[in-house]
Ligand binder design. Structure first.
Ligand code: ATP
Ligand code: MG
Length: 306
């Protein structure tokens, strides 16, 4: 293969049609340019993804994704349904490992350490890289038990009957951990007088903030959120959005959303995925929404398709 051909291939990736599958209605046949996903930022990359490809059986769900995600910021992932946003998110803490048909190639490094190395400790990884899903999924247990579930499961808190009997329990530690996590998730004021109530009695918005508190209680570095507010009303959504911005002071947040205004409001940088599981453009959120380089991205963010 000639050098010239190699350069052409890295400069311009395949067109949507060549990526297999129909072009989404309204998308042009534009070729993606490598520099459109080259997002420059100050400081360190918390997450570095290189040549990531994901297949479900014969379906190619993500195609040659390379991007670096800065520490202590909010990164929004947007794009039409089926373009691979959830798949990408699940690659970051190896949740796709649980899907039998999924095959992952390429590299994901967090703090420089390869997530896909042999004998990686997946329990530790998912503690460091927590996840919040679209539907709030609290356990049918008390509010307190939901928050302290992770630390107890990982052996960081011992509140068993035997330890209480022996006076060697961590009940006080549990109380302060629960309060801190609920404070951080902006839920403490609403629930501090009913920590023993069943979490399923909370409203949807409260349940989602409880799930965020549960995630924070395991002391993660990175928080992945897959459409965390799409099942909520506008007031609950506004609370989650405020929370996301606050969390970025301490954590690296990666959030999938279908809501463009939400991405524009809460994120520092935005990655746009389009047909064929291709990352088409990635950059400062203002630039992506106001002056994107790709015509397809412009059509998408202005609502021409998707
Ligand atoms: N568990 C799975 N098994 C097989 N195929 C899957 C699985 N999960 C996702 N896919 C396929 O991979 C592609 C990307 O799906 P994914 O759920 O990542 O998209 P998405 O961008 O999150 O979509 P949405 O906006 O609808 O949530 C789709 O074609 C989907 O059908
Ligand atoms: Mg999804």
């Amino acid at each position: 293969m000639s050098t010239e051909l190699n350069e052409t291939q890295t400069e311009a990736a395949q067109s949507p049609a060549e990526l297999g599958g129909a072009t989404t209605v309204g998308e042009t046949d534009e070729r993606t340019r490598a520099e459109w996903v080259d997002h420059e930022f100050d400081g360190d990359a918390k997450i570095a993804v290189e040549d990531l490809n994901v297949y479900y059986g014969d379906d190619h769900a993500l195609t040659d994704i390379s991007m670096e995600i800065p520490e202590g910021s909010v990164t929004a992932l947007i794009g039409p349904s089926g373009c691979g946003k959830s798949t990408f998110l699940r690659c970051l803490n190896r949740m796709n490992d649980r899907i039998g048909s999924a095959r992952i190639e390429g590299s994901v490094r967090i703090d420089g350490e390869e997530v896909y190395r042999d004998r990686a400790d997946l329990v530790e990884l998912r503690k460091r890289v927590g996840m919040v899903f679209q539907q709030p999924n609290p356990f049918p247990k008390s509010i307190r038990d939901n928050v302290s579930y992770g630390p107890r499961k990982h052996g960081d808190l011992d509140t068993t009957f035997l330890s209480r009997l022996l006076g060697r329990d961590d009940v006080d530690e549990e109380a302060s951990l629960v309060e801190e996590a609920l404070e951080q998730a902006a839920l403490w004021e609403e629930v501090n007088d009913r920590l023993d109530d069943n979490a399923l009695g909370l409203s949807g918005g409260q349940q989602q903030r409880l799930c965020i508190a549960r995630c924070l209680a395991t002391d993660p570095d990175v928080i992945l959120m897959d459409e965390p507010a799409s099942a909520l009303d506008p007031i609950a959504t506004a609370k989650i959005e405020d929370l996301i911005e606050e969390l970025a002071e301490e954590y690296t947040v990666v959030v999938v959303t279908h809501n463009m205004q939400q991405a524009a409001r809460v994120s520092d940088q935005t990655a746009v995925f389009l047909t064929g599981g291709e990352l088409v453009e990635y950059g400062d959120t203002d630039q992506i929404f106001e002056n994107p380089e790709s015509q397809r991205v412009e059509d998408y963010v202005t609502g021409k398709f998707g």
